[in-house]
Ligand binder design. Structure first.
Ligand code: NAD
Length: 541
């Protein structure tokens, strides 16, 4: 702390721009899109102040136009990862001891750079590299990332303000130290904001981080590094390395100073990393913090009293926005039989009206899925649904990989509540509907609850008693529970995000709870009049 008890600017959510026809933001983002699309980039490793081009490269291609070459990113060797550790630990000396307001200023500046001069570049990079339509890019790479940065700064000061009781003899203080070592941040392809948040939340609290972005998100990850640099982030505080995830994890998790894992991605990868940490537990200086937000099988359940049009809209938006590639995307739906005809008609009408194609054409609601492996997996499940006796395709069911990884938004109907697509996370524009008998509400709540995941879920009901019953019966079925809404679209500062069971450690990214994981408090008791005699009064004659 410098010479003052400083207050940070109050965090506010970044307003979402509309990008409606004729707006200046639409023109600006399309210009940025064209510029990026028609140039080539080389993404280096960022280790300390160095941008390292290793020569061992992999290409980057837009999912909606996979033959177009955006450039290449460089991959790390074992030696580069070891260098990143050494560099991060050297940077830690100064960063961990820097006054908090200096750290805060770096992240507040980064937020404003994204809100202003970098907004269209980061949105265009996300549209191109991850195939998001402009609205999905804006709410992710601009607004959510800005919100993470602003709100985390405010939460940090709230933590620092939390101090123990003192009395006239002794002053008790809590000092919120960073962890002793480095944090390993591993991020998914689907949110540029998560990619930016996972290394920066620990760094804000005084930690140093080594960040491994997803191969499919490197294109916008580079813009994040550019922003951090421009914001004055000292060299070595956040280092970015790409390459073989197994090798990178072996080196980082195998190191004595590994102090924490900040992960978002699939359940299997996280469980394997946890296991690897367990196997190394005797080698560490401290017990590492393990934070992971993982897969989901998110639900919508409608009570017979719900409004069919509202239910249909929750499905159309909740299941298909960003091609169903949100961890919160609705992928299993439970409807009363009496409601099906009406909901089906609305959803089919919606799906048939969706336009699919490149995000550059802003009339497209749907674009491509992230890569070929995802495309192939989705096509396999769709084909199975066409053949299985307990499933049928209601709408969609086509796919085409000739230009991009395009999967038609697909609704499957099943009479088997344990049908594969009711249980397996597919991570694409496929939603499965199960119809229950109208008088089987309680039994259906039990079915919904019976899942290995517990990330998001929504109940739609006009009946207050039914809504209350579902809220109680499904209390462990979702970390983010929605009443009369779709199960997606959590906003930082408003709906802290995360789930339990197979969905994660539920440390709620973008909330104060997450920041607590990146500190190791030290209690300092200072006594003013120090005793000079060991004898207590009870020892007297
Ligand atoms: P993924 O698990 O394939 O990859 C995530 C990250 O892990 C990537 O950086 C990847 O390179 C890395 N990785 C893969 N194998 C690894 C290994 N052996 N060692 C170390 N790292 C390894 O996930 P994805 O496809 O990028 O993202 C989709 C998944 O993420 C879905 O399961 C989704 O539900 C989940 N997700 C969850 C949340 C949440 O908040 N719960 C948010 C976003 C995404």
């Amino acid at each position: 702390m410098g010479k003052g008890v400083f207050q940070v600017p109050q965090a506010v959510n970044e307003p979402v721009k509309s990008y409606a026809p004729g707006t200046p933001e639409r023109e600006a983002v399309l210009k940025a899109y064209k510029e990026l699309y028609n140039s080539k980039v080389e993404v280096p490793l960022y280790i300390g102040g160095e941008e390292i081009k290793t020569g061992d490269t992999a290409p980057m291609n837009p999912p909606h136009d996979h033959q177009h070459h955006l450039g290449d990113y460089h991959k790390a060797s074992k030696e580069h990862v070891e260098k990143a550790i050494k560099t991060a630990l050297e940077a830690r000396e100064k960063w961990a001891n820097l006054e908090w307001e200096q750290r805060a200023a770096v992240f507040l500046k980064a937020a404003e750079l994204i809100a202003g001069p970098y907004r269209y570049k980061i949105n265009a990079a996300t549209m191109i590299g991850q195939s998001k339509n402009i609205f999905q890019a804006e709410i992710d790479s601009a607004c959510e990332l800005i919100d993470f940065l602003r709100f985390n700064v405010e939460y940090m000061t709230r933590i620092y303000e939390e101090q123990p009781e003192s009395n006239s003899d002794a002053w008790n203080r809590l000092e919120y130290r960073p962890l002793e070592g480095f944090v390993y941040a591993v991020t998914p392809f689907n949110f540029t904001a998560i990619a930016g948040n996972l290394p920066s939340a620990p760094a804000l609290m005084g930690n140093v981080a080594i960040w491994k972005p997803s191969d499919s998100q490197v294109y916008s990850a580079q813009v994040i590094m550019e922003v951090f640099k421009e914001a004055g982030m000292p060299d070595g505080v956040i280092n970015m390395v790409m390459g073989d995830p197994k090798m990178i994890s072996d080196v980082l998790i195998g190191h004595r100073d590994f102090a924490g894992l900040h992960f978002t991605g699939s359940t299997t990868v996280f469980k394997n990393l946890w296991k690897q940490i367990g196997e190394n537990i005797h080698n560490y200086r401290s017990y590492p913090r393990i934070v992971g937000e993982t897969g989901g099988k998110d639900f919508i359940i409608a009570h017979p009293s719900a409004r069919p049009k509202q239910v249909a809209t929750a499905i159309s938006r909740g299941a298909f926005e960003f091609q169903g590639q949100k961890c919160s995307a609705a992928s299993r739906v439970y409807l009363p039989k009496s409601m099906w005809e009406e909901v089906k008609n609305y959803v089919v009408e919606d799906v048939k009206s969706f336009k699919m194609g490149s995000p550059e054409d802003m009339s497209n609601f749907i674009t491509a899925v992230i890569h070929e492996a995802s495309f192939d997996k989705l096509a396999k499940f769709i084909d199975a649904a066409k053949n299985d006796s307990d499933a049928e395709i209601v709408v969609g069911g086509n796919y085409d990989k000739s230009k991009g990884w395009f999967i038609e938004p697909t609704v499957i109907l099943t009479d088997n509540p344990k049908y594969s697509t009711m249980c397996t996370e597919l991570f694409g524009p496929v939603v499965t509907v199960f119809l229950y008998e109208d008088d089987q509400w309680e039994e259906t709540l039990k079915l919904v609850d019976d899942s290995e995941y517990a990330l998001t879920g929504a109940i739609l009901s006009q009946d207050r008693y039914a809504a209350a019953e579902a809220t109680k019966a499904l209390q462990n079925a979702a970390g983010n529970f929605y009443i009369n809404d779709k199960p997606t679209g959590a906003v930082v500062g408003q709906q802290p995000f995360g789930g339990a069971r197979g969905s994660g450690t539920n440390d709620k990214a973008g909330s104060i709870l997450n920041l607590y994981r990146w500190i190791s408090p030290r209690t300092i008791k200072e006594t003013f009049v120090t005793p000079t005699d060991y004898r207590y009064p009870f020892l007297g004659e």
